[in-house]
Design a protein around this ligand. Structure first.
Ligand code: SF4
Length: 250
């Protein structure tokens, strides 16, 4: 039976007061700037997405996409992967960071899928969180991208950009997830997740965000602070519609 102890319910911890920012206008700008944002992971089935998402921890999506074709050729579904040992999987994924741990998780998750779900990927947060190697981020990714269940997976980009914009003020991914859910309409969650990731990859970099070229700079508390401290050059770039860039630029 699926456990609730690991946070299977709605994200918690978003109860603190949020900064007053024009969230709706920010979402409109993100939507206009990244209309095609989607997951950069290649997958054909929910099982492939689950595996790819587990592999993507501390690893770029681009690298994962070079690894998964070989892995899925050998182990195309949960039943086949469940018969494999971690040592069988390791040579196929050893270009990913933490590959030994990931091989253990993949083998164990595949066995759990076969034993508990007839080889299918479950469609609920609780059941996904009960699989080895699956946390809220992975579960939200699978739910949103494989089953169109609204969710906001909080990775390093979402965490950073949401906090800078003042859409969240959380110290943990779970807090940021809960705050974004509170602040943004449910229908926007899945797109917002991708848009914040692309914005973090393309503009709002961790070390040197391009605030002068950011379409949100007039609304963003962090951007206004940075631009005040380092005034923009004359002729700084204005807002631009950005296409989702190459995969795996994290
Ligand atoms: S203005 Fe700067 S800090 Fe704010 S979202 Fe844009 S790039 Fe990030």
């Amino acid at each position: 039976m699926a456990s609730l102890a690991r946070g299977a319910g709605p994200a918690r911890g978003g109860g603190s007061r949020l900064p007053r920012v024009p969230a709706r206008r920010m979402l409109e700008i993100l939507q206009a700037t990244y209309p095609e944002a989607r997951t950069a992971l290649d997958f054909r089935t929910p099982f492939e997405l689950l595996v790819a998402t587990i592999l993507s921890a501390q690893c770029t999506d681009r690298l994962v996409n070079t690894v998964t074709p070989g892995l899925f050729a050998a182990y195309p579904d949960a039943a086949r992967m469940a018969a494999a040992s971690p040592e069988d999987l390791e040579p196929l994924i050893n270009r990913c960071g933490l590959y030994r741990n990931k091989a253990k998780h993949l083998a164990a998750a595949a066995r759990a899928l076969v034993l508990r779900h007839g080889g299918a990927v479950p469609r609920t947060m609780a059941e996904l969180l009960d699989l080895p190697g699956v946390g809220r981020k992975t579960a939200n990714c699978v739910l949103a991208n494989a089953f169109a269940v609204p969710g906001i997976a909080v990775d390093t980009h979402v965490f950073r950009v949401a906090n800078r914009l003042g859409l969240a003020s959380g110290a943990t991914p779970a807090q940021v997830e809960a705050q974004l859910q509170r602040r943004c309409p449910r229908r926007a969650w899945a797109d917002l997740h991708h848009q914040l990731i692309w914005h973090g990859r393309l503009v709002c970099h961790a070390r040197r965000p391009d605030c002068g070229g950011c379409p949100l700079r007039h609304l963003c508390p962090e951007g206004r602070r940075r631009l005040r401290e380092a005034p923009a050059e004359p002729g700084a770039r204005g807002p631009a519609r950005r296409r989702a860039g190459p995969a795996g630029t994290a």
